[in-house]
Design a protein around this ligand. Structure first.
Ligand code: SF4
Length: 263
């Protein structure tokens, strides 16, 4: 039985050909400034919330910032980040790490000060795989944080504010609700988005929270999309993204240099 991780659906829908290159042909892809910074802020949160399961209190911010810096230095040191595309192009490894760390630690500090204090984790980075009756595939996910009040928290790092339709268009809330109930056997209360934002250009930093209770219709729509992806994969159908789409650029597509459709 095929198994798809939650992130596979978004990747496939942005560009099925990039999905094929990365997940079927196994072509190596490199991260970017944004993915490296987002991973680093996550690492800071994971450090604090993991120890908080036992201690019940937040750790000192210095520990969070150390985990954030370590994540950036590890990614850069292991050549996982593309230093040929903006805004890191032409930089040495040391300068690139410094540029990413500069705002990563500020975002991690904001998260630690404003969002993490009200999170009461009972599980952090929890891997879950579920079978859904009537669907011929399994779906996997990794929950950032399962909380004592039957919520699931997820940290999002972005360069722009996310509200309105963006919140209800995401696959994570309905999927994580299914995963939470299968994993814990308890009724799901709601999905909590914790956002840390660093705006482009002005580098304005702020944090905020949004709570979502996915509807049955959103759950069915999400599963229908997984089904459509599954059928395309079985048929070997992996069309490229539109050339004018934002995804189809060396900055946002990690398979750009392997792609036969760009010119
Ligand atoms: S460059 Fe465009 S078409 Fe090619 S893999 Fe990336 S998103 Fe898809």
């Amino acid at each position: 039985m095929n198994e798809y991780h939650q992130s596979a659906l978004s990747s496939f829908e942005y560009c099925a050909y990039a999905y094929h290159l990365e997940r079927i042909e196994g072509k190596r892809s490199l991260g970017s400034f944004a993915t490296c910074r987002g991973t680093a802020v996550h690492a800071g949160r994971e450090h604090n919330l993991s120890q908080k399961i036992e201690s019940g209190v937040d750790c000192q911010v210095d520990e969070v910032l150390d985990a954030t810096r370590d994540s950036v230095n590890s990614d850069i040191g292991k050549d996982r980040i593309d230093l040929a595309v903006e805004p890191l192009d032409g930089m040495s490894k040391r300068d690139a790490a410094g540029k990413i760390i500069d705002t990563a630690v500020k975002l991690a500090e904001l998260d630690h000060e404003q969002l993490q204090p009200t999170v009461r984790p009972v599980g952090v980075e929890v891997p879950i795989v579920i079978e859904i009756p009537g669907y011929p595939f399994r779906v996997g996910m990794r929950l950032d944080s399962i909380n004592a009040d039957n919520t699931v928290s997820d940290l999002k790092h972005s360069c722009q504010r996310r509200d309105g339709l963006w919140l209800t268009d995401q696959y994570q809330p309905p999927l994580y609700a299914l995963g939470f109930s299968a994993h814990t056997g308890r009724p799901f209360k709601q999905f909590v988005y914790d956002f840390v934002i660093c705006t482009r250009g002005a580098n304005r930093l702020y944090a905020y929270r949004r709570e979502i209770m996915p509807t049955r219709q959103q759950t069915l729509a999400m599963l229908n999309r997984f089904s459509a992806m599954h059928e395309s994969i079985l048929k070997g159908c992996f069309p490229p993204s539109h050339k004018a789409a934002w995804k189809c650029s060396p900055v946002y597509c990690s398979q750009y240099r392997n792609c036969k459709y760009v010119f």
